[in-house]
Design a protein around this ligand. Structure first.
Ligand code: SAH
Ligand code: SF4
Ligand code: F3S
Length: 460
């Protein structure tokens, strides 16, 4: 889930100012970085991957665990010398912090990092060009107020999807969260749950398709809580939205992430049952297998309810692969509670999973609880859990050997003549491409599997 990526939106090279954007955290940040890059491009900033060339360094940050937040400050420390070196050559460097650390810490960032001149929250990044203009005059700007206007109405639209050979794209449909799990900062950094309108989403999907995108992943911190108004005025949920998007010309594959078990409704099940465009892969985090811990986390379901839900999902779409997130060492978690997590994992057999040591976050109820689990215990549990999850992931990958499937080619492989595509189950598949090019959907047979990638031969 957490990754570091450099967002690049190519533009014609002219004598423009340059921006280097570094992205931490979840896919929603990746999406936001692309939107910020477009807003900056419209304002005369050209993207660069060479940080030394950047007139603006923008960090799009994550606050989910302590490590994620600390990474930002250590990066800011490293930029200090760079800024000084450029200043010696008479070149100014602006440093901006966006995203969830910006939202959570605001002014505090200016105190801890004297080189930062702009701090901008996830809800206000459409105002970034304005904030930069103010920063240019020497002002230090913090803009983390929740905006009354809808940022999506203020972001450039026509650039959407202009990246060459971008066959798979993210599309944010829902933001924020009202669930308040006791370990989690998201309700505080991203604010209350809001859904973008159906029209805005469908229009964006069409623009993406016109630019060659064939696969769209709908994003939201709670994506299956999306709701909106259908063309007939009726209340729609994510299920109806998926049926609608499947009709967009050129869109062959749909995915969505991240879902909450409490929001898997009948129409969403129907979408999995009836829509060939909806890929048979579902990220449905459970966090823990013990009812006592689930309750303390405020997840508002039991382990048995979660397992029953998965049974229903598998009845609707028998070939579906499950993915999940886990936290070990939540306050009060005993060895017996942890065993319940291992038992649940044994029953579900996830194709893919992300697992973390509990990290107490300032301002969340979990951080206030007594009975914090010692670090060594957390590390031990994480290792045991990950060993089991890795075994299942490998077994799932190996179960694909001999299967025939369509893969969507996304990028060049390591060796000449190779291309890498995606299986319906989100695995990387390496093939000798022959005459196929990025953007093609090709039929293959899987010949080999490791935990993280598959090898295949073309059939068509
Ligand atoms: N909305 C998603 C989760 C978003 S955060 C959901 O409800 O499942 C992504 C993952 O980070 C979570 O699923 C959780 O496993 C992990 N996470 C969140 N807060 C954490 C914390 N304080 N310590 C450790 N892991 C955490
Ligand atoms: Fe965080 Fe829970 Fe909301 Fe997910 S559902 S974003 S874990 S509060
Ligand atoms: Fe991190 Fe914010 Fe996403 S805290 S996980 S970047 S919503």
């Amino acid at each position: 889930m957490t990754q570091e990526t450099t967002t690049v939106i190519r533009q014609d090279a002219t004598n423009q100012r340059k921006v280097f954007i570094k992205t931490y955290g979840c896919q929603m940040n990746v999406y936001d970085s692309e939107r910020m890059g477009e807003a900056l491009a419209a304002d005369g900033y050209q993207p660069t991957e060479v940080i030394e060339d950047a007139d603006l360094i923008l960090l799009n940050t994550c606050h989910i665990r302590e490590k994620a937040a600390e990474k930002v400050y250590s990066a800011l420390g490293r930029y200090r010398d760079l800024k000084t070196a450029r200043a010696k050559e008479g070149r100014e460097t602006l440093i901006g912090v966006a995203g969830c650390v910006a939202q959570a810490e605001g002014e505090e960032i200016l105190r801890r990092a004297p080189d930062v001149s702009v701090v901008i929250g996830p809800q206000t990044y459409h105002r970034l060009p304005e904030a930069l203009r103010r920063a240019k005059t020497g002002e230090r700007v913090v803009d983390t107020e929740y905006a009354v206007e809808d940022k999506f109405d203020y972001l450039p639209k026509k650039e959407r999807g202009v990246r060459p050979k971008n066959v798979s794209a993210f599309l944010t449909v829902q933001e924020g969260c009202d669930k308040f799990c006791t370990f989690c900062v998201v309700p505080y950094t991203r604010g209350a749950e809001i859904s973008r309108s159906r029209k805005q989403i469908v229009d964006e999907a069409k623009r993406l398709a016109e630019n060659g995108v064939r696969e769209i992943t709908l994003l939201g911190q709670n994506v299956n809580a999306w709701h909106g108004e259908g063309p007939d005025g009726a209340e729609w949920g994510l299920g109806e939205l998926l049926f609608d998007l499947a009709r967009v010309d050129g869109i062959d594959r749909l995915r969505y992430t991240t879902s909450h078990p409490r929001d898997m409704d009948e129409r969403l099940m129907a979408a999995h049952r009836e829509l060939p465009e909806l890929m048979p892969y579902l990220h449905l985090p459970v966090q823990a297998g013990s009812d006592r811990i689930l309750k303390a986390m405020n997840r508002r379901h039991t382990a048995a309810e979660y397992l029953a839900l998965i049974e229903r999902i598998r009845a609707a779409r028998p070939d579906i692969a499950m993915s999940g997130d886990f936290i070990v060492g939540f306050p009060g978690e005993t060895e017996e509670d942890f065993q319940a997590t291992l038992d649940l994992v044994e029953q579900v057999r996830y194709a893919q999973a992300f697992s973390f040591k509990y990290s107490p976050r300032p301002g969340t109820p979990g951080a206030e609880l007594g009975d914090q689990v010692p670090e060594a215990e957390k590390a031990d549990r994480l290792q045991r859990l990950q060993a089991l999850l890795s075994r299942h992931q490998l077994e799932f990958a190996q179960s694909r050997i001999g299967m025939e499937m369509d893969i969507l080619l996304e990028k060049p492989g390591r060796n000449p003549g190779q291309l890498v595509g995606r299986s319906p189950w989100l695995q990387s598949v390496v093939i000798d491409a022959g005459d196929a090019v990025v953007g093609d959907m090709v039929r293959v047979r899987i010949t080999d599997a490791s935990a993280n990638s598959l090898a295949a031969v073309r059939l068509d």
